[in-house]
Design a protein around this ligand. Structure first.
Ligand code: MN
Length: 374
């Protein structure tokens, strides 16, 4: 059985009086879920996610497909509960999780990493901290398309908007990676209550400085509270004690660079049999590797075309006004100001406001109907 050591800590923070985060930290399954929704529904959603992982993956899993299946099951459970109970309508949760995949035949034990939403898993290896997951958030899209920098993302007024969450739609795309067990690796799973308060270099300093995983988890939570603790904060630290020699493993940056430059085989791709997304790499994933280039291009192109359409519309309208004025005809009431003040991003996305949590799920997909669930 995989030689791991771990620790976990959670706190409601300095401002909130409820903790809608949940976590699981058992010998073969680790996860962090950050619930959203009013009337304690967020707590229900995150609890369903963590309990489903514990029930389905507590003994580890034989394949990454079974891990993704458990996440899809959690999604369906939350979705159905939300549509069966008015008080829980609109509830959802993020989920990031690390699961031991059992050895079989010639395949050794390894790890499955999954992510939906803006909770995050970091990998600390050889003194360097890397993000192992990609946030499904509005600001991450802006960073990926070059509209804002990472630093600007930290203080962006819309950084609470997530673009994927469990429970919002009947099915969900799950990012997933298969990773080797590498001796000395330290995984840090956390909710955005840590990420929003503590910059990566401070997380790295604690990851390097505190050897005992439980103490490291507690110190990270304490650090988030010292920085303001404006949100619930949850941290699970998992240390790999036995595994491959780290010297034999390809450095993370090189591995992801190659993956990004080669082809789409390692990128998240919709599968024919399910609307999930699975990325399988033996290297360490990073931000650039998990965002398909196609997507980055399409968003950029889309925005450009939208801007072009706006300019053309405004120009045509102005010309029409000038022409009609020249003719001394009654001036038409043209919505010029409305047209010019409309920004593409707000008009093309559909936002679902949450009542008690300043958290929003944005999806470009039409809202599902309750009758579509089995
Ligand atoms: Mn949160």
């Amino acid at each position: 059985m995989a030689e791991l050591r771990w620790g976990a800590a959670t706190d409601e923070g300095q401002v909130r009086d409820q903790n809608e985060d949940a976590f699981v930290a058992e010998p073969l399954v680790f996860g962090v879920a950050d619930g959203m929704g009013g009337h304690q529904a967020g707590e229900i959603a995150s609890a369903v996610a963590s309990n489903t992982l514990r029930d389905r993956l507590g003994e580890g899993a034989d394949s990454i497909d079974l891990v993704v299946a458990a996440v899809l099951e959690a999604n369906a459970s939350i979705f159905q509960a939300a549509h069966a109970n008015a008080a829980q309508r609109g509830m959802g949760t993020t989920l990031t999780a690390l699961i031991v995949l059992r050895a079989h035949d010639d395949v050794p034990e390894r790890l499955a990493l999954v992510n939906v939403g803006d909770s995050r898993t970091y990998l600390h290896r050889n003194g360097t901290l890397e993000r192992a997951t990609v946030d499904h958030s509005y600001v991450q899209e802006l960073v990926a398309t070059g509209h804002i920098t990472e630093a600007e993302a930290r203080t962006h007024p819309r950084r609470n908007i997530v673009t994927r969450a469990l429970g919002i739609e009947p099915t969900i795309r799950v990012d997933s990676w298969e990773l080797p067990l590498v001796r000395g690796d330290r995984f840090i799973l956390c909710s955005d209550g840590l990420v929003d308060e503590v910059p990566d270099h401070e997380i790295a300093a604690i990851a390097s400085g505190i050897e005992e995983p439980q103490r490291a988890a507690e110190e990270l939570v304490a650090m988030a509270n010292r920085h303001g603790g404006r949100d619930n904060v949850t941290v699970v630290v998992v240390d790999v004690i036995g595994g491959l020699d780290p010297a034999a493993v390809v450095p993370a940056a090189i591995a992801t660079g190659d993956a990004d430059d080669t082809d789409d085989a390692t990128m998240p791709m919709p599968r024919a049999d399910a609307s999930t997304t699975t990325t399988i790499t033996t290297a360490v994933p990073a931000v650039a590797a998990a965002i398909p280039k196609r997507r980055r291009l399409s968003v950029g192109t889309f925005l450009f075309l939208l801007a072009l359409a706006l300019i053309v519309t405004v120009t045509v309208t102005l010309v029409a006004v000038v022409v009609s004025n020249d003719d001394d005809a009654p001036s038409p009431t043209t919505p010029i100001e409305a047209t010019t003040t409309t920004t593409p991003l707000t008009t093309t996305t559909e936002a679902t406001e949450r009542t008690t949590v300043p958290r929003t799920v944005v999806t470009t997909i039409a809202p599902p109907t309750p009758s579509s669930s089995p």
